[in-house]
Design a protein around this ligand. Structure first.
Ligand SMILES: *Cc1c(COP(=O)(O)O)cnc(C)c1O
Length: 260
């Protein structure tokens, strides 16, 4: 993260009582949006992907700062941290006289089946549906909130050779069957695909494979049009491949203590 340059213009939507951290986040958002605009222009895209700011390791106060800056979609990767943070965010927002809308919570991390019910208590989107045991638990928990369906993305493992016991992504040949099951489930909505670029590969061809898999999926499920791809390090490749949702943490909130 480069330090804030004094020449960065202040964003227009800065709250009058903004603290230093709010100003810093606002400046990062301005720079990020410019970066996304450049990536979209380079890819000849007129539309812009949705921005999901990944708030893992950062406090609920930052979620409130983001909400006041107009960021309404936030992502988390651990249920324990996320459920506490969502509750605390609601409390903090409830204490504000002019509160922005409650953010929508995206669960983006590996999810244990026994945490599915807890996640569906606060999350509006689950990006990481990657195996049938988890799906079974989500179907069961989803039936209890059928009035407020959860958007589900199938997380795909984009490695060319996916080991049998892989975690953090389904093999591409599993997408069809999982999509059927999500589409049939009460309380779940089949929204699209998600992937993290493989560590040891150029992200561009990997995201191009994801776009192909998405096209294939949409033949049977035209509503499943979301492509969640792109993080701080590889958003250009994701925008070029047609990502509809970017999941950005560090570029907005700064460095997290490593390793995670
Ligand atoms: C942490 C995380 C992100 C954000 O990564 P940054 O490099 O901080 O932008 C995106 N997706 C997932 C699944 C994550 O766990």
């Amino acid at each position: 993260m480069t330090p804030t340059s004094p020449s960065t213009p202040p964003p227009d939507d800065l709250p009058a009582d903004a603290d230093d951290r709010t100003r810093q986040i606002a400046e990062h958002l301005v720079a990020l949006r410019a970066r996304i605009d450049r990536a979209a222009a380079a890819a000849d895209r007129r539309d812009r992907p949705e921005l999901v700011v990944v708030t893992k390791t950062f406090p609920a106060e930052d979620v409130v700062r983001l909400a006041r800056l107009g960021v309404g979609e936030v992502g988390e990767n651990k249920d324990q941290e996320a459920s506490a943070k969502a509750a605390e965010t609601d409390e903090l927002l409830g204490a504000l006289s002019e509160a922005p809308p409650r953010p929508r919570w995206h669960f983006v991390g590996q999810l244990q089946s026994n945490k599915a019910r807890s996640v569906l208590n606060y999350a509006d989107v689950v990006h990481s549906v990657d195996r049938s045991s988890l799906l079974k638990a989500l179907v069961r928990a989803g039936a209890e909130r059928a009035d407020r369906p959860v958007d589900c993305l199938i997380q795909v493992d984009l490695r060319r050779q996916v080991p049998e016991d892989a975690r953090g992504g389904a093999a591409p040949d599993r997408i069809g069957a999982m999509a059927e099951r999500i589409a049939e489930a009460e309380g779940l909505r089949m929204a699209g695909l998600m992937a993290v670029a493989p560590l040891d590969e150029d992200p561009a061809p990997a995201f191009a494979r994801l776009a192909e898999l998405s096209e294939e999926l949409r033949r049977g499920h035209p509503e499943a049009a979301w492509i969640s791809a792109g993080m701080s390090g590889d958003l250009e490749a994701a925008v070029a491949a047609g990502a509809t949702h970017l999941r950005i943490g560090r570029d907005v909130l700064g460095h997290r203590p490593e390793p995670r």
